[in-house]
Design a binder for this molecule. Structure first.
Ligand SMILES: C[S@@+](CC[C@H](N)C(=O)[O-])C[C@H]1O[C@@H](n2cnc3c(N)ncnc32)[C@H](O)[C@@H]1O
Length: 404
């Protein structure tokens, strides 16, 4: 199954209207604002969220739609859920593979590859594969069937070398090419179906643009990292997105990725401490500068979390050329950081409702661009969110007759 092709534009427009109407709810980041502009309009919701604990926020972080919060939360959650509904793609395309092909591939990555391959069907037979930003080419090797050829594009020489060695080891017909896919002369072997599993921002967009330009007839992508892009403002691909009034910064494009994968207790504690201390420092720097504005700070080595909170703040202030007040109650300042973290995490639940709608808006922009360029497009899920939250897959095929 997939989203019916003739509904893609209508879904895009509905998402566009939803995102435009509620910009004040998803644009400002609780991490950088002491109070959010929407809190005055929705005091019941804001107070309710602010009364909750950090643990409560974390329980719903990846499923904000399950929270029973005051209005307008439930209506927004229902609308976000309905607009984000995407069916799973039909499966059954997974072919038997060479034994031990998964040696050297982390378990979860291999499951993603198999799920991607299982959903990868085209109407016309595939004569060969192009694995775009292939890493060691695990996906390409998994797809390769007798009689087909594989080309892998990758710009990290160590991965190209390791990929080549693996393909040789398995006796497979594969070329691992050292290729910067962003290079203006990057060609596509148009007799091959191009696949890109989790090629970041500009990298998968480049595949779409090159495919359209060079009349490649089959491609399949699972996009990720929409914010890894050279442009500071989002560059729409389709006519529908170009006509939209939605302007997205690189920072906005990070929203779909803010879903955290389940981490172990130690990693979670470290991540929380790092954020609570940053927020604690933020309160102190606002006083020191006499300016009620967030001050960006650089990412710090993990060893900084081994300092006392007092040393952490003093050293960070020195790094920013700031002098903190002389008498600080450090225990109270640290507790304030943790309290702010609980507020931030709970207030973020509102913003998180827009994560999937924004992601789908972006993927539909890609789908519509391909549709406008003569491709038959299918958009669906290739695996569960538990396997990877970046589980949307776009399959595009262009009838040979359309090729120029
Ligand atoms: C997130 S990994 C995905 C790898 C593989 N598709 C997978 O699913 O395991 C992205 C890959 O793109 C490669 N890459 C990044 N920029 C590139 C470029 N400009 N040209 C070619 N490959 C690039 C990276 O070295 C990395 O191997």
């Amino acid at each position: 199954m997939s989203l019916p092709p003739d509904t893609l534009l209508a879904r895009f427009q509905a998402l566009d209207a939803f995102l435009l109407a509620h910009q004040p709810l998803w644009r400002p980041k609780p991490f950088t604002h002491l109070t959010l502009p929407w809190e005055t309009a929705h005091p019941d919701l804001a107070n309710w969220l602010r009364a909750r604990t950090l643990d409560q926020a974390e329980a719903e972080h990846n499923h904000p739609e399950l929270l029973t919060a005051p209005a307008p939360y439930p209506a927004l959650a229902a609308q976000a859920k309905a607009l984000s509904e995407v069916p799973p793609l039909s499966t059954g395309a997974l072919q038997p593979c060479h034994s031990r092909l998964n040696v050297d591939v982390p378990g979860r990555k291999w499951q993603q590859i198999e799920a991607f391959a299982d959903a990868l069907t085209f109407q016309h037979p595939v004569t060969g594969w192009l694995d775009w930003c292939a890493g060691k080419g695990h996906l390409g090797r998994r797809l390769l069937q007798p009689g087909q050829a594989l080309t892998c594009y990758e710009y990290d020489p160590a991965l190209v070398k390791a990929g080549h060695a693996l393909s040789q080891h398995h006796g497979l017909n594969a070329e691992h090419r050292l290729q910067d896919v962003m290079a203006s002369d990057c060609c596509l072997p148009v007799d091959k179906a191009a696949v890109a599993l989790h090629a970041c921002g500009d990298l998968h967009v480049q595949l779409l643009r090159r495919s359209v330009h060079l009349a490649n007839s089959q491609l399949a992508i699972a996009p990720c990292c929409y914010n890894r892009t050279q442009s500071t403002q989002y560059q729409p691909l389709s006519r529908a997105a170009a006509d939209s009034f939605l302007r997205l910064s690189r920072d906005d494009l990070g929203l779909p990725l803010s879903e955290t994968v389940t981490a172990g207790a130690r990693v979670r504690r470290q991540r929380n401490q790092s954020m609570a201390w940053r927020l604690g420092f933020d309160l102190l720097q606002r006083c020191a500068r006499g300016e009620d504005e967030y001050l960006p700070t650089p990412s710090l080595p993990a060893s900084w979390l081994g300092k006392t909170f007092a040393d952490y703040c003093t050293d960070l202030a020195a790094l920013k050329g700031l002098e903190l007040a002389s008498a600080i109650d450090w225990a109270a300042a640290e507790a304030a950081g943790w309290q702010r973290l609980a507020h931030v995490r709970n207030l973020e639940l509102v913003r998180n409702l827009f994560r999937r709608p924004l992601e789908l808006w972006l993927v539909l922009d890609r789908a519509l661009y391909l549709q406008e360029s003569g491709y038959q497009v299918r958009l669906g899920l290739f695996c569960t969110t538990a396997l990877t939250p970046r589980n949307l897959m776009l399959l595009a095929e262009r009838p040979k007759a359309f090729q120029n």
